[in-house]
Design a protein around this ligand. Structure first.
Ligand SMILES: [Ca+2]
Ligand SMILES: [Ca+2]
Length: 286
């Protein structure tokens, strides 16, 4: 082989390698389906603490960004580099705050549907929603639980959860700009470990037309279920806490509300391998 040909072959190899190791991403759209939402949080927390090559000139502006390919990919084939929203080579809380939360709801290209699944019936895990507006006419409490229901799913093996509460916008107090009208507290009896270092959660609220939409996403980050020795078994307890929303409302009793106060939408429950587990959503009425 003459020297010039050898250099040409090397150049072709290098350029094709460069082509293969770069990919276009939008910071925050971790599953690369065209929209930033709670599912991106579930993908991100699935690979929390992983590291890989950082991006050049990294930032979290929602625009096409070239990222180097990381060693591994998610089950849907999207590379783990997409979870490094701020491009610093580490997947952690900065990516949740400055990628998913900052760019929430932003879109690009044609949106591919997320596999939301609330088609569960009796015999699948239940997402139990318990509203209580009786204590005060200016406050609505909504407690959230997960139940096993003899479904064969150990609550400890349920890894992450996201759903939207779509409020009738008329019930949210109008002084919310002074003080947040929608507050959330994690349950003390979480369905998995109580150790803060093994979980993350995110609450994002947006106003769209006459609706106020709050997305809750909560996940473990340790990739372990009860059988891996890092969970806390809850003997005989089939009900696991998620948390409680407290909403400062208009005077519900004296305000003519047409239709329900809220609806639950875009529900996704996943295991540690991002398999979607069908959920049965139950709203307990007073
Ligand atoms: Ca997405
Ligand atoms: Ca990062």
């Amino acid at each position: 082989m003459n020297c010039q040909l050898g250099i040409k072959i090397l150049l072709i190899f290098l350029s094709s390698t460069t082509f293969l190791v770069a990919q276009e991403m939008y910071p925050g759209d971790v599953n690369n389906n065209g929209i930033v939402n709670g599912v991106d949080f579930l993908f991100l927390t699935n690979v929390y603490n992983k590291t890989g090559p950082a991006r050049d000139n990294a930032n979290t502006t929602y625009s096409p960004t070239i990222a180097p390919t990381w060693y591994e990919s998610f089950p849907n084939g999207v590379n783990h580099a997409y979870a490094d929203c701020n491009g610093d080579g580490k997947i952690n809380n900065n990516d949740i705050e400055n990628g998913v939360i900052k760019n929430f709801n932003l879109q690009h290209g044609n949106i591919q549907n997320d596999n939301f699944d609330s088609s569960g019936i009796e015999g699948t895990p239940t997402l139990l929603i318990v509203p209580d507006a009786t204590d005060s006419s200016n406050e609505l409490e909504i407690q959230i639980f997960l139940e096993e229901n003899n479904s064969g799913y150990n609550l400890e093996d349920l890894y992450g959860l996201t759903f939207d509460i779509v409020f009738n916008g008329h019930i949210i107090a109008t002084d919310r700009r002074q003080k947040p009208a929608i507050n959330f507290a994690l349950a003390n009896n979480l369905w998995f470990s109580r150790n803060h270092s093994t979980k993350r959660h995110m609450v994002v609220t947006n106003e769209i037309a006459n609706e106020v939409i709050t997305t809750l996403a909560i996940s473990r980050i340790n990739k372990k279920g009860a059988n891996n020795g890092n969970g806390e078994e809850k003997d005989g307890d089939e009900c696991g806490g998620v948390g409680e929303f407290t909403i400062i409302t208009t005077d519900i009793d004296n305000f003519r509300i047409v239709g329900p106060l809220f609806a639950i939408e875009n529900v996704m429950l996943v295991d540690a391998n991002l398999n979607v587990i069908p959920v049965n959503v139950k709203i307990e009425s007073d």
